[in-house]
Design a protein around this ligand. Structure first.
Ligand code: G6P
Length: 609
């Protein structure tokens, strides 16, 4: 949600900043801007409504050059998307500032500043910070002191970066509630809201802690902790081979990421030991914690929440352990009663989702035995603040609609099921069976990818439709939910998922010859029941699209299109069927001509409430 890049170098940095924004654009893309200090210390500013490409063309038409600069791609919270509301915000013709997050007390601050004569141009909460920094600078503060004083007045969550024409070669930043990293270069240093933005210039990073302030110049990095003391933070080198962020031969990141799943699933499972499931995959203390777990509480948002819903079936059915699942935005705000021995499991691709993080932070002392996060981004806030960690090995996920992160989360959750299940008497043969299925999973997913053109053909029928219904039973119900979410996110077709048994309790009223119904019918012991649900749809003129095990005995006929899926073990069907639904949504969106990787109004990482 919004992206920040900053550079202090001895070479020209406009292209570095723009490349950083391109890499972060998936986080927010309604407007973008860049401020540079030129050799004469003039502050130069480009801001454009729309995608980063608009900013690039402004820069092409009218190039601004400088060795110190900051840039931002925005996802609007306060103030509509417009070039005026785009960041950076300028104060006193000398300070430029960019902000991710929300300043909760901006109204009071704005009124105070206006009373003191400061003029506001935008409707954003962020602009107050630029004026606060400027006010301090006028009083003689250094840029770092000014940022420190400004931050002391703010309530809310933020990552900030600022430059000042009176402090050339300097970028300062602050982190509270929104991520910020320092990219360590040679004779140049950078800051960004995500290391991905800077992988083109460095592989060495400092992950700032909550409350840190930072100043970077071409030759020095100074970090102050929340108490104002200078601190040394660990430098981490990231293996660049693992994480490619190019689209390669694919038209969209989403398609590339769908196709990366066989590799990502294998890599994620291999973490756990390849031939068994090693508790240590969840952290050094995992074995001791798992011995004491009596129940599991899963908390997540969006697609990650659907992964949690799948896991509940596994944990209760296979491991015999009670499990509850809740969306984080609900969980965090209600009075809860936990039974003793409860393990809090958060699931998050980004590790930064505001509600999931708040759920972890708000857990009362003693409410949970321990916390475990299943995340895709190392060093993210959830990873840093959880007791136990399972890192999925999906690699960077750029498409806003989550794909490989979801299926790899399921691998992690199935491994958790095995780890807890063997403590509750899961038979060795059962473990063997599950481990074998996990080994075979990449092959089954590959087989689904080979159905791509058949799925592309199915997709055509959805183009003129405005609504679609997804049905599933049992563990496939959350998969139907995920299929519906994918379709609505990227094709803007209204899609809803129902447990098939609920069909006649309401949604059947909607079924007519204009309502496609997608059924996830893997051929498990619920298939017979699902078949009669499907008849209910067909007899009302509905058109059915059935994803069925090729051995399930379903055939295409009038108003029923059957896609024959690979025959595979029950336990991996949620992952295998999801891939088909991802492809369906993808092809519908492409054929409708939407912006697949950057769907309207959405953002990849929701770091504000
Ligand atoms: C946003 C994204 C979704 C994602 C959700 C949770 O809504 O657009 O794709 O599932 O956030 O994100 P997380 O990073 O916590 O998995």
């Amino acid at each position: 949600m919004c992206g920040i890049v900053g550079a202090a170098a001895r070479r020209e940095v406009s292209e570095i900043l723009l490349e950083g924004l391109r890499r972060l654009e998936y986080r927010g893309y309604d407007s973008a801007g860049m401020a540079l200090l030129d050799n004469e210390r003039n502050l130069q500013l480009h801001k454009r409504l729309g995608k980063v490409a608009e900013l690039e063309s402004a820069q092409r038409m009218h190039p601004y050059l400088g060795c110190t600069g900051i840039a931002h791609t925005r996802w609007a919270t306060h103030g509509e998307p417009s070039s005026v509301n785009a960041h950076p915000h300028i104060a006193g013709q000398r300070v430029a500032l960019v902000h991710n997050g929300i300043i909760e007390n901006y109204r009071e601050l704005r009124e105070q500043l206006q009373a003191e004569g400061y003029e506001f141009l935008s409707a954003t909460d962020s602009e107050v910070v630029a004026h606060l920094v400027y006010r301090e600078l006028r009083g003689g503060a250094s840029l770092l002191q000014a940022m420190s004083a400004a931050v002391g007045l703010l309530e809310g969550s933020f990552a900030l970066a600022a430059i000042d024409s009176e402090h050339p070669e300097t970028v300062v930043g602050a982190r509270r509630g929104s991520p910020l990293v320092v990219g360590v270069g040679i004779g140049e240093n950078f800051i960004a809201s995500d290391q991905l933005a800077l992988r083109q210039v460095t592989d060495r990073f400092i992950y700032l802690e909550e409350g840190d302030l930072v100043q970077v110049t071409p030759s020095a990095i100074t970090v102050l902790d929340s108490a104002g003391d200078v601190v040394e933070r660990t430098r981490t080198r990231i293996d660049s081979a693992v994480e490619s962020v190019d689209r390669g031969e694919f038209d969209h990141y989403m398609l590339k990421e769908i196709y990366e799943q066989p590799r990502a699933l294998a890599a994620t499972f291999n973490v756990g030991g390849a031939h068994s499931v090693d508790d240590a995959a969840f952290g050094a203390d995992a074995a001791a914690v798992f011995d004491r777990v009596e129940q599991v509480q899963i908390v997540a948002c969006g697609t990650s929440y659907h992964a949690g819903m799948v896991a509940r079936y596994w944990l209760e059915e296979l491991a015999g352990i009670a499990c509850q699942v809740e969306v984080a935005s609900e969980f965090r705000y209600r009075r809860r009663v936990q039974r003793p021995g409860s393990l809090l499991v958060t699931i998050s691709q980004s590790g930064e989702t505001a509600d999931s993080l708040a759920a972890l932070r708000d857990a009362a002392p003693g409410e949970f035995l321990a916390s475990l996060v299943i995340a895709n981004v190392d060093n993210s806030s959830l990873v840093r603040e959880s007791d136990l960690i399972f890192l999925t090995r999906a690699g960077p996920e750029i498409g806003v609609a989550s794909t490989k992160a979801f299926t790899t989360q399921l691998v992690g959750l199935l491994m958790l099921t095995i780890a807890l299940g063997r403590r509750r008497g899961m038979a060795a043969e059962k473990i063997e069976e599950l481990v074998t299925a996990l080994h075979q999973l990449p092959d089954y997913v590959q087989q689904v990818l080979e159905l791509d053109s058949a799925i592309e053909q199915l997709a055509e029928a959805f183009i003129p439709r405005h609504h679609a219904l997804f049905l599933g039973r049992g563990i496939q119900y959350p998969i139907a939910m995920e299929g519906a979410l994918k379709l609505k996110e990227i094709s803007y077709i209204h899609a809803e998922a129902y447990p098939a048994g609920e069909l006649k309790h309401g949604p059947l009223a909607l079924v007519d010859d204009d309502m496609p119904v997608v059924a996830v019918a893997p051929g498990d012991d619920l298939l017979e029941k699902l078949k009669s649900n499907l008849e209910e749809v067909r007899s009302r003129g509905g058109e059915l699209f059935v994803f069925a095990d090729r051995r399930a005995g379903l055939h295409s006929e009038a108003r029923v299109q059957v896609l024959n899926m690979p025959h595979c073990p029950e336990v991996v069907k949620p992952m295998v069927y999801t891939v088909a639904l991802q492809l369906l949504a993808y092809h519908v969106a492409v054929q409708k001509g939407t912006d697949v990787d950057k769907p309207r109004n959405l953002a990849k990482s929701v770091t504000v409430e």
